[in-house]
Design a protein around this ligand. Structure first.
Ligand code: NAD
Length: 346
């Protein structure tokens, strides 16, 4: 293409990232080039930005950051059939190989040779971004770009809540970060009866209320166990969505689950967790369900419908809108935790 673009690049193995000018990338035969309209910051981007232990082990430098995106197709590779120039798209971030046992049995999202956009490949914090045809998701033109880029984490929330089959059930969501907050809204729509949220951060507890939580608890200051037992006549909740990655939240959630209940684990603990399998899992006959990414592409259909039909209001969760140049301000907010989703505009 020969044109220049600006991009947020992680260049050095240290804290931070740089806004640099670089060539717009060439399109491969099964790739799509988009002009980015909006992109949102995920916890993974923050981990790459601060260069934590996980980032040190997984990221090859230099790399353009970011993976949640919406934009307009400006070029397509010679074999691309799914979209054309001018289409308004987002992108799945799991890049499946299409050939392994998981891919061939309807489980592309847990592909054995999975690559992830913005983790193993250049990402989308840029004026232009390369997407794989397999991942490109055509958006309804009625969906605003900020909402369209948040569909990806919304898919995490949808997958987690679907795992609980929550209609008519009392549920506990541990952790009201952006994904937990989206899960509150999804659980409300999917018909959960009582939604209890535990979250230490006051800013996020306020948003949980707006998203439809019935009871919001600060687990560091209040007795979550007593409150849940009281609210469920001693039974415990039917479903727990663990969305914090915090070990004590995970263990607390497991204890508060009624025998025969289900617990979905989305939050990623930063180290191995020891559980009382005999008392808390086996003899309680519960189901533990791991959630990774989003079912491809069922959750995208659901997310698109919920947004287009205005069933789910994303405005309380999208707390900040910045220009791409202000990415460092967004990362500072991520550090404080006093934010929901932060959307960047090139
Ligand atoms: P986040 O880190 O912004 O949110 C986690 C929330 O948990 C924070 O608000 C924090 O205050 C809260 N928390 C901390 N300790 C707690 C406790 N003891 N009890 C209750 N809440 C507590 O993350 P996010 O972007 O909302 O994502 C949620 C989790 O899911 C993270 O662990 C993230 O790494 C993980 N994740 C997993 C997948 C996947 O595919 N499995 C995808 C996206 C995110």
């Amino acid at each position: 293409m020969g044109d220049k673009m600006k991009a947020v690049v992680k260049k050095d193995p240290a804290f931070g990232a740089e806004l640099v000018e670089m060539e717009v990338p060439e399109v491969g035969p099964e790739q799509v080039l988009i002009r980015v309209k909006s992109t949102s910051i995920c916890g993974t981007d923050y981990h790459i930005y601060i260069w934590n232990e996980w980032a040190r082990k997984n990221i090859n430098l230099p790399q353009i950051m970011g993976h949640e995106v919406a934009g307009e197709v400006v070029r397509v590779g010679e074999r691309v059939k799914k979209v054309k120039v001018g289409d308004y798209v987002s992108s799945e971030t799991h890049i499946p190989c299409g050939m392994c046992y998981q891919c061939l049995t309807g489980n592309q999202h847990i592909c054995k040779s999975m690559k992830i956009l913005g983790v193993h490949t250049d990402g989308v914090f840029a004026d232009y971004a390369l997407l794989e045809e397999v991942d490109v998701w055509p958006n309804d033109p009625l969906i605003p770009p900020a909402y369209a880029s948040v569909q990806e984490p919304l898919g995490n929330a949808i997958d987690t809540i679907r795992a609980g089959d929550v209609s008519g059930k009392n549920i506990l969501i541990t952790g009201a970060g952006p994904v937990g907050l989206l899960a509150v809204g999804v659980a409300r729509i999917f018909g959960a009866t009582k939604i209890i949220v535990s979250e230490p951060n006051g800013y996020r507890r306020e948003i949980a209320k707006e998203m439809g939580a019935d009871l919001i608890v600060n687990p560091l200051k209040e007795d979550l166990e007593y409150i849940v037992k009281n609210l469920t006549s001693g039974k415990g909740v039917d479903f727990v969505a663990e969305m914090s990655g915090n070990q004590s939240a995970l263990k607390q959630g497991l204890k508060l689950l009624t025998p025969g209940g289900r617990m979905a684990l989305l939050g990623i603990p930063d180290q191995e967790v020891t559980l009382n399998l005999t008392g808390d899992v086996i003899f309680k006959g519960i189901k533990l369900i791991g959630i990774t990414g989003r079912e491809m592409f069922r959750t995208w259909y659901i997310a698109g419908r919920l947004i287009k039909e205005k069933r789910l209001d994303l405005d309380p969760v999208i707390t900040h809108h910045f220009s791409l140049e202000d990415f460092a301000r967004g990362m500072e907010l991520m550090k404080s935790g006093d934010c929901g989703k932060i959307v960047l505009y090139p």
